[in-house]
Each structure stands twice: as structure tokens, then as C-alpha cells.
Design a protein around this ligand. Structure first.
Ligand SMILES: O=C(O)CCC(=O)C(=O)O
Ligand SMILES: [Fe+2]
Length: 186
């Protein structure tokens, strides 16, 4: 992966020390979102690798992406600038940026497709596949209609020379939670 990203970005790279491991049982998939709202305190030249652990059929539910949305200007100026761990001290509990805000673009994938006028694209995945996308790309997880568990990881890569979001690096990344909260006057 490091070799791939070094060639892809044309410079030395680093990865986040935190790797997300997802085990998704029967039920609804992950709502539409951009990863940048969870990890936007460093560079935006930041990339996600989604790796299924084994074959993923349609009914087990894989990842779907909305091509081109990482260049969508309204999203780049608006939603993408959210920071799920920031909150207003001046307007407690208001808007998206309060403690506990989840960061989804929407919980309605069909509505997102209509609103952005772009298709959802997915596939059945095989062991060894990987999906690599910019952290400003709108994506979501499909529902799991089976009684099996879907296992996958997501990991993140960026140029080594660019600023990094401190929440996701080190021996014990703080991730979300109290340590990552940022109070704003808004
Ligand atoms: O696996 C999923 O359901 C969602 C994965 C995801 O959002 C990601 O890899 O960034
Ligand atoms: Fe994601």
C-alpha cells in the first residue's frame, strides 16, 4: 500500500496509525458521508483505502461511491468543512457541530442521488480487492441482508510532508471523544 501511494502521490507518504475495523451485521449500512468531516484538521490531500476481508456479495453489502463528488464546489465549501468534533460554545446544542453530531451528509441515499444528480456506483467485491478514494468523495455502505458479518478495514494515506490530523496518529490515537473536541465561538 505504501508503494502504491508513493507512486500515486509522487512523494513520500505516511498513513494514519489508526485503522478502522468494521464488522457489520444484518441491518442498515453506513449512511452517506465524506471522511474529511472526521479527519479534516490536516491536509485534504488525504486518501481512504477500503479493503473487504473476503468476498462481498450484493446481499452482504459492500461500499458504494458517488463519482466526481470530491470536486463538487458546494460540498467543498459547505459540508466538507464540518468538523464533527467541533462545537459552538456560544450556541450550545445548535446545528451539526455539537457534541454527538455524527457527521452524515444525510441518512437518505436516494435523496442524496437526487440532490447531487449523480449515480451511486458499487460492485460485488472479491478478496484482494481494494477501493481507493479521496476523503472528499461521497460514499456509503450498503445494507447487509444476510445473517453473516461483513468484515472490512479502512485506512488512510497522505503526503508525509503535509500537516496531519493529530487525532489519528501516535501509539494511542485519541480518535473521537473528549480529547478531540474543539470549542468554537460561532
Ligand atoms: O464499510 C462501510 O460500511 C463504510 C466504510 C467507510 O465509510 C470508509 O471506508 O470510509
Ligand atoms: Fe467513510
Amino acid at each position: 500500500m505504501i508503494e502504491f501511494f508513493q507512486a500515486f502521490l509522487g512523494q513520500p507518504v505516511r498513513h494514519y496509525d489508526y485503522t478502522w475495523v468494521r464488522s457489520v451485521g444484518r441491518g442498515h449500512g453506513t449512511p452517506p458521508h465524506e471522511d474529511i468531516v472526521y479527519m479534516g484538521r490536516g491536509t485534504w490531500n488525504l486518501w481512504t483505502a477500503w479493503t473487504p476481508m473476503g468476498d462481498v456479495s450484493w446481499d452482504l453489502g459492500g461500499l458504494m461511491v458517488m463519482p466526481g463528488t470530491h470536486r463538487h464546489e458546494r460540498l467543498r465549501q459547505g459540508y466538507a468543512r464540518r468538523d464533527v468534533d467541533a462545537y459552538c460554545v456560544s450556541k450550545p446544542g445548535e446545528g451539526w457541530n455539537h457534541p454527538g453530531s455524527e457527521g452524515w451528509l444525510s441518512k437518505d441515499p436516494v435523496g442524496v442521488r437526487r440532490g447531487l444528480k449523480a449515480p451511486w456506483v458499487s460492485a460485488e467485491f472479491r478478496a484482494g480487492d481494494v477501493v481507493i478514494f479521496n476523503t472528499c468523495l461521497v460514499h456509503a455502505g450498503l445494507d447487509n441482508h444476510t445473517n453473516r458479518i461483513r468484515l472490512s478495514t479502512d485506512s488512510r494515506y497522505q503526503p508525509a510532508s503535509e500537516p496531519v490530523d493529530e487525532r489519528w496518529i501516535g501509539a494511542n490515537p485519541t480518535a473521537h471523544g473528549a480529547a478531540g473536541k474543539r470549542a468554537l465561538i460561532c
